[in-house]
Every structure is written in C-alpha cells, then in structure tokens.
Design a protein around this ligand. Structure first.
Ligand code: SF4
Length: 364
C-alpha cells in the first residue's frame, strides 16, 4: 500500500494568539532545522516505499526558504518512490503567495496550495495576531486560482468579533474566489495560548455558542448549494478536489511524518517527535510518544474516524464493532435526528456533527 509523507516546517513570522502548534519565530534556525530534517528522512526511509501524497504543513511552510524547500524535496525523491500523480500540498500564508513563489512551488512538484485565510475581515484577523489582512488574502487566492494550482482555503468559525453578517460574508467570498476546497474549523481554545489568557482576562469575547452552531449548519447548506460537498466534519470540496492526504488520516492509512511534533503511523504503531526545536536540531530522535493500539482502541478509533466523514460508517460495521449496543445507538440517532441513513451506511447530520464527540462517547 502506498504511504503518505508529512513534513513539518515550523517557521512563522509571529506566533498567532490562538495557535497551539509546534512553531518557531526564529527563522535563523531554518538551515540547521532542515539539516536535522534531512537526517531524519535518511534514518526513517527504507528504500522503495511508494508515496502517493505529500503534505508540507506547519508552521508556515511558505516561510521556509526556496533553497531549503528544494533540499527537502530532492531528499524525499531520493529516498522514496513518489508516484507521478502524487498529491503534493503546501500550506502557505497569504503574505507569501506571489506569482513568482507559486511558480517556484509548482516547479518543485507542489500541485495543491492550502492558504491560511481564516477570515476576510481585518477586525477579526487582528486579535489573532495574523500578519495578513483582507486585501492580501484576496490577492493570494486570486494568484493561486489563476495559476491553475488546486487551491484550498482555511477558515475559522467562532472568532472574536465574528458576527453572523461577517461570517456569511467571509463564506460568500470564499465560495466565489475560485478555490476548489475549503476547510472550515471551529476555533479551538487550547490551554496556554495567548487568546485563552485574553478571554480569561475579559479582554476578548467570543460569539455565542448557539450562533456558532447555527452558522455551522448554515455553512453546510450554503456550500452544498454552491457545489462544495461536505466530505468530513470540517472539509468541503468541489468534485475531485478532496484532499487525498487528509483522507488518509481518516481512513487509518499509513504515513510517515518528519520534523518537530510530527506524528507517524506505520505498521500498527503510532509515534511522535519532540516539539522542542533545539533538541530536534541536536539530533533527538527518540519518540516522545509511541503506542501500539490494542483491539479495543482500534475499534474506537475506526468508529471515530469513519464517523468524522460525511459518508459515515457501514451499518454492519457498527454492529460488528459494537454489537447490540451499536444497533440501539443507531436507532436512537436516527429517531432523534443526529444520524441519517446514506444507503447501507449511517452518518451524522449537520447538527449531529456539532456534538459528534458526545454521541460517539455513548457507544463505549
Ligand atoms: S501562522 Fe499558522 S502555524 Fe504559524 S503561528 Fe499562526 S496559526 Fe500557528
């Protein structure tokens, strides 16, 4: 079976107030970081693994220098058998997207750009600490779409200062940009982030939960009308524009991941690298986390990942994995309206997606 490759490029101009990812604002480290990353690629590759998806995520991969991106791509091509039609995604922030940059990334083999727009409103972007504003975001998406590269936008719902009108305007703008894919995430409040401290200190307030819930279901309807099918809880695509690499995560397919904080899934083992960039540069390769899932955990994970997808899970699989309790659970969900039937499968309804973790936890 082909595998996927994830490369974590952690450098960002600023550390956004809501961001819990493994990032560094010290761009002077990038050459040494790239050297350590190449050493990790050498150590983990085993010859001829066939690769059908690559994802450069971060951090802000578009902030990594062209020289270093080229070094990494060359090493991956040396060490793995990369399919000619492999999907190759790169995350970019709007301020980095120029005609010239897109041409360079395409020449490297990148064929899908994921742009971190988050919102098209300056007064929502500012509290997040984002570097870009509406004008730059529009220009970035215009450049990407005009170049013909597959383009995806990231948006966030539930932002400080976001209103019904502002969110719906962001949504309409995203739909009309020419992008073929949109990821719509709920704002995730992670302990320890600057945004959480601002909220706790009363300096920032968030939109009401009921409003956020109704905007999420409205977005699903609007995307559908505009020809974007929901294929996962947070992901919407025009036909053929689904992200193959992300589907791999939800289908429990294998991937190797390189760089700080990167999580791999190989054989039946999951493991993660250190998040400490200095340790990583010094050659630390010992996983900070490793596990082989037992039968019960595989069962739970399979159900959880399949139900994240709009295609849901086969009725027989719920019965096989959960027995009688699974049947009762599906019947309750269909009666109460948080599940729907899709042929011989069951899937969450839009309102079911909003509380999917709670509903799934009732199964175990
Ligand atoms: S640009 Fe992205 S990865 Fe970097 S700090 Fe901001 S949210 Fe985090």
């Amino acid at each position: 079976m082909p595998i996927g490759l994830y490369v974590h490029l952690p450098f960002c101009r600023v550390h956004c107030t809501y961001c819990p990812f493994a990032v560094s604002t010290d761009i002077r480290l990038q050459d040494r970081y790239t050297g350590a990353l190449l050493a990790e690629v050498d150590a983990r590759s085993d010859g001829d693994r066939v690769v059908d998806s690559i994802f450069f995520g971060g951090g802000t991969p578009s902030r990594t220098s062209r020289e270093n991106l080229a070094r990494i791509v060359a090493r991956l091509r040396e060490r793995f058998a990369i399919d000619d039609d492999a999907e190759f995604s790169l995350e970019a922030n709007p301020e980095d997207v120029t005609d010239d940059a897109v041409a360079f990334w395409r020449a490297l083999g990148v064929n899908r750009l994921s742009i971190g727009v988050q919102s098209f409103h300056d007064d929502e972007l500012r509290p997040l600490g984002r570097v870009h504003g509406r004008v730059q975001a529009l220009e970035a998406v215009r450049i990407a779409a005009a170049s013909g590269i597959r383009t995806s936008l990231d948006l966030i719902l539930g932002l400080p200062r976001q209103t019904e009108a502002s969110f719906l305007e962001t949504l309409e703008t995203a739909i009309t940009t020419g992008a073929g894919h949109v990821s719509l995430y709920m704002l995730d409040l992670e302990e320890g982030t600057a945004l959480v401290r601002q909220i706790e200190g009363g300096r920032v307030s968030l939109p009401d939960d009921d409003l956020v819930a109704s905007l999420y279901t409205a977005a699903i309807d609007r995307f559908a009308e505009a020809g974007f099918a929901q294929y996962e809880i947070s992901n919407f695509a025009r036909p053929g524009q689904e992200c193959r690499h992300n589907l791999r995560y939800w289908r429990r397919e294998q991937y190797l991941a390189f760089g700080i904080g990167a999580h791999s899934f190989v054989g039946d083992r999951r493991f993660a690298n250190t998040r400490d960039i200095h340790q990583y540069i010094a050659g630390e390769r010992e996983p900070v986390f490793a596990e082989v899932l037992g039968e019960g955990e595989v069962r739970r994970e399979t159900i959880f990942l399949e139900l994240r997808q709009a295609a849901g899970i086969h009725y027989d699989d719920v019965v096989r994995l959960c027995g009688e309790e699974g049947i009762e659970w599906m019947e309750r969900g269909l009666i109460d309206g948080w599940l729907r039937r899709v042929g011989n499968r069951v899937a969450f309804t839009p309102s079911g997606f909003l509380l999917s973790n709670d509903y799934i936890s009732r199964l175990f």
